[in-house]
Design a protein around this ligand. Sequence first.
Ligand code: SF4
Length: 102
Amino acid sequence: MGFVTIGQRRPVSVDTTWRNHAGCKLADVDLFFPAGAGGVSLNDIQAAKAVCQRCQVQDACLQFALETNQQDGIWGGTTEAERRRVRRAWLADLRRQAQASG
Ligand code: SF4
């Protein structure tokens, strides 16, 4: 288990043992890191998301991507653009929790 720091926030623990059960371990890595967001890349994105939908560690994978700010590729069934929106909401929630706890 490692630690990362998000902005000026305290370090967040990062558990990577979920990778042992990754549904994409044997998949074509190019599917998960498409060249773009449109055109022929759409087929790769849909194929990668289909693998993610069947993956038993999808939640842990997405959490890891949020905590470590993974900006490229498909993680936890989200594209880069989708993950930016999810991460903004996640960070806002963290800020609310921090403010509520004093
Ligand atoms: S959610 Fe998708 S990217 Fe993450 S480990 Fe599972 S298959 Fe791989």
